[in-house]
Design a protein around this ligand. Structure first.
Ligand code: BDR
Ligand code: CA
Length: 308
């Protein structure tokens, strides 16, 4: 398999970190464009640079929007990822440079220069929404868009029960993107829960891996403890699953094509992804909802990215 070319919009984030390790192992990474989300933009930009340093890569890091498009977020994910977004390990100031171009403009420029790339969205969709508003032809010149976001039957992970974090953080941005792209791959929170790794197996990868595994073991503590406290089983890696689908779509074993819209107003449901499961509204499908992937192939991809 030739290595795909990826442009990654991300809010690192512990599971974003694992996804970025995977991308640099299994794909060519055009750039990292950075969103606010799990933690504030200053932290997410710095975390991306820490990862670039760890990898010894020359991937450019483009800072994006500091806030959602319209309303201020109701919550962040400090309680999951730590105050700094990478488990509060206390890494020193990274050396990787911050590019002098806004993420939304970088997305537009890079997709013009490299028309064959896959866009991978691992955070709130603010930068992508801004980019598509600046240039509505963006969807025509990307090969695929893979989004980690949503909860397709309402099993969300935020204070608004049916909303998943990335969509719930900036529902208006998600609405813009879902309407603008004629088709995208959606890796939602529910498929993520169905593809958790066995704890023992994952621990063995960490123990047998290289400096990437050592790094990940350090940053993973807070998120792991949070998930265990919530009664979630196994190692849950949302952005890693989306990244696996972006790198190798042939590992998807079941998909449902449906129309998906974003709730913007609901008192209890703002940020929910509403799926027209029975095609009652007569709108064309805009999402390939990933329902299942080959777990062994997903595991092999993560394992290799940890050097194990
Ligand atoms: C998503 O929210 C973030 O906390 C994770 O990084 C992931 O992108 C999961 O709902
Ligand atoms: Ca993320």
């Amino acid at each position: 398999m030739s290595k795909p070319l990826l442009l990654i919009d991300t809010d690192p984030g512990v599971d974003d970190a694992l996804a970025i390790l995977m991308a640099h192992e299994h794909a060519r990474v055009s750039a990292l464009t950075i969103a606010a989300g799990n933690v504030g933009l200053a932290h997410t930009v710095r975390n991306a640079r820490t990862l670039v340093d760890l990898l010894g890569a020359d991937t450019l890091v483009y800072p994006g929007c500091q806030t959602p498009l319209v309303r201020m977020p109701e919550e962040d994910a400090v309680h999951v990822h730590g105050t700094d977004g990478l488990g509060d390990v206390g890494f020193s100031e990274p050396k990787a440079v911050v590019a002098d171009e806004h993420a939304a403009q970088a997305i537009l420029r890079i997709t013009r220069e490299q028309p064959d790339l896959t866009l991978v969205a691992l955070g709130p969709l603010t930068n992508l929404a801004l980019a598509v508003r600046l240039d509505p032809t963006l969807p025509q010149r990307v090969k695929r868009l893979v989004i980690m976001g949503g909860a397709v039957t309402g099993l969300g992970n935020t204070g608004k029960i049916p909303a998943e974090f990335n969509i719930g953080f900036d529902p208006e941005a998600a609405h813009v993107v879902f309407e603008a792209f004629p088709m995208f791959d959606l890796v939602d929170w529910e498929v993520v829960l169905r593809h958790a790794f066995n704890d023992g197996e994952f621990n063995a990868w960490l123990a047998a891996g290289d400096q990437r595994a050592t790094f990940f073991e350090k940053v993973f503590g807070t998120a792991r403890a949070f998930n265990a406290k919530r009664g979630r089983r196994g190692v849950i890696a949302a952005d890693a699953l989306a990244m696996a689908v972006a790198i190798d779509p042939s590992m998807v074993t079941r998909v449902e094509e449906r129309h998906v819209a974003v709730e913007l107003d609901g008192r209890l449901t703002r940020g929910a992804t509403v799926v027209d499961w029975t095609a009652r509204l007569g709108q064309p499908a805009n999402a390939r909802i990933v329902m299942a992937v080959d777990q062994d192939r997903f595991g092999a991809m993560v394992r290799a990215a940890l050097g194990a």
